[in-house]
Write a protein that binds this ligand. Structure first.
Ligand code: SF4
Length: 389
């Protein structure tokens, strides 16, 4: 007897493969195009030639989690906060090629002029965390807060890793965007204006910042689950909480566990453990240091030769740090490797395809945010840019 197998991939599988077509999702959309084959031995030369031909007309931003082959062509590298600043600081560039993920390119489009085109080399480069908060869910959450009588004392603080629609919601409701670099100062800003914060979409960054940096207790925090009525919370819980954390997380940083920290301390005696605040509270508590991507880089750059580091963040960055500092022992915090799969979708063939099209006068994969969303998201993003750590 032969088994019946449905040969059609599911819509979710297509999205994960970057061949789906849900344009409202960060998870992945179709990215058609006549890409050069990855085996083409001239890819580096082609990228160099196209970039040289475009000159100052193009400015390439490279997030730290990008592949080496892409970072090699970046005019600037950084975390999402630094790259947002850099996009805003280059009004002369006709084309901003954003080697990162979709929400970052949206933010760059909001912060740059109308005449500038922001391009994401692979439209399937989304962010699973950003996908954990849909605008309809956030609006329902706000209605729940209104019904509980606490909306007018709640300030939304939204992590950069979110869709433009949620950034606009944040601007409309008097809140600010934050990044891992300025989460503490953003919360301080919010608590000077309200009694509660609705923190979206990364529960870990919200909890870590509130408890470790602002001295709140874990009991001050509740988690709002958008799939349950009233977020799975009672009205009393909403009224008592100071931090209302959205049920969202990063699938990469969520892999690190407290056991990983114990294991690496045994495996590498004398190691210092440094992790990103998107890791869980338990992991951050066990680590020696916690910091944004930029802080992790700065600390390891400044560390003495011979020092040992276990780093809990995305693997491309950790590998690059290890290569850059052969005099230091730098290991990945987890034994199993984990790249950010969506960041990795941008590779050299996509970059060559993007740049060569621009040379030929064709703008592909432009990311454009509609005017109303732009206006309100910009208010929230401008607050973020003014709230430096
Ligand atoms: S590392 Fe996590 S938060 Fe960053 S883009 Fe990837 S899934 Fe999103």
């Amino acid at each position: 007897m032969t088994s019946q197998v449905d040969p059609q991939p599911t819509p979710l599988a297509l999205l994960l493969l970057g061949r789906g077509a849900d344009a409202s999702s960060e998870l992945g959309v179709e990215c058609p195009g006549a890409l050069p084959p990855a085996s083409d031995p001239d890819l580096v030369e082609r990228a160099e030639r196209a970039k040289a031909a475009l000159g100052d007309r193009v400015y390439i931003l490279g997030h730290h989690y990008q592949r080496d082959e892409v970072i090699a062509f970046a005019d600037v590298t950084g975390d999402s906060f630094k790259l947002a600043q850099q996009a805003a600081a280059h009004p002369e560039a006709e084309y901003i090629v954003f080697c990162g993920v979709h929400f970052m390119a949206e933010s760059a489009d909001i912060l740059t002029g109308d005449a500038q085109a922001v391009i994401l080399p692979d439209l399937a480069a989304g962010c699973s965390m950003a996908d954990m908060a849909a605008i309809e869910q956030v609006e329902q959450c706000w209605r729940d807060l209104e019904a509980a009588g606490v909306a007018d004392v709640t300030i939304p603080i939204t992590y950069m890793n979110s869709t433009a629609a949620i950034k606009a919601f944040t601007g409309r409701h008097g809140g600010s965007i934050c990044t891992s670099s300025n989460a503490k100062v953003s919360l301080e800003w919010a608590f000077a204006r309200g009694e509660k914060v609705l923190f979206m979409p990364d529960q870990h960054l919200g909890r870590n910042t509130a408890v470790r940096d602002l001295g709140m207790s874990l009991d001050d925090c509740v988690v709002y689950n958008p799939r349950r009525p009233n977020g799975g919370l009672t009205v009393e819980q909403l009224r008592d909480a100071r931090m209302i954390l959205w049920l969202g997380h990063c699938s990469v940083h969520g892999r690190f566990t407290a056991e990983c920290v114990d294991e690496v301390r045994e495996r590498v005696p004398g190691v210092s453990v440094i992790v990103h605040p998107e890791c869980s509270y338990e992991v951050v508590e066990k680590a020696d240091f916690v910091g944004s991507t930029e802080r992790i880089i700065a600390m390891i750059d400044a560390a003495p030769a011979g020092s040992k580091w276990a780093v809990g963040t995305e693997l491309n960055l950790v590998k690059r740090l290890a290569v850059r500092h052969p005099d230091k022992e730098i290991v990945y915090l987890d034994r199993t490797v984990c790249f950010c799969s969506t960041m990795n979708r941008i590779d050299l063939p996509h970059l060559v395809w993007t740049l060569e099209n621009l040379v030929a006068g064709t703008v592909i994969n432009r990311i454009e945010v509609d005017a109303d969303t732009q206006e309100w998201a910009r208010i929230a993003l401008d607050r973020m840019l003014s709230l430096t750590a």
